[in-house]
Design a protein around this ligand. Structure first.
Ligand SMILES: [Zn+2]
Length: 153
């Protein structure tokens, strides 16, 4: 199943939605799959079409929809780089590598933290305190780095 309306609402590039699940009254899980045939090697930048394996499915927190917490279920794709000879996991532009939430969700949590305590944001979003604090510190650091590179330019 591919659902063009859901995909349009999701608004993330190069993804198809292959299914969804409503495990309880406050959660929605969307099964997503990357549609690009190639991925870029993170080491040398060479494109590879040599898809050879999938990681186990993992849940990625995204912005809530219609009062439900939203999770994207993704099996990361593993490619072989013909130039380096190394296998690598595909990087996706809408999530930091190794993160368990989308960039736009992290930005949202960061904005909430600017005007609220991490405890409150944790409770509001039903997200662990450590996760909230981690996002706030990481994005705060990124912003500082962004500002200092502008200032020094
Ligand atoms: Zn490479």
């Amino acid at each position: 199943m591919s659902d063009p309306i859901l995909e349009q609402l999701l608004g993330l590039p190069h993804l198809t939605i292959s299914g969804y699940e409503l495990p309880d009254a406050k959660t929605v899980i969307l099964d997503i799959q990357p549609t690009l045939k190639v991925a870029l090697c993170p080491d040398c930048g060479h494109p590879s079409a040599d898809l050879h394996d999938y990681d186990d499915p993992r849940l990625i927190r995204d912005l809530s929809i219609w009062g439900r917490q939203c999770f994207l279920r993704l099996r990361g794709r593993r490619f072989d780089c013909v130039r380096c000879g190394h296998p690598f996991t595909e990087r996706l532009e809408w999530i930091d590598f190794g993160s368990s939430s989308t960039r736009r969700y992290e930005s949202y949590v960061f904005e909430l933290c600017r005007k609220n305590t991490p405890q409150y944001v944790s409770q509001l979003e039903d997200l662990g305190y450590d996760a909230v604090e981690g996002i706030f510190l990481r994005l705060g650091k990124k912003q500082l780095q962004g500002n200092s590179s502008v200032a020094s330019a």
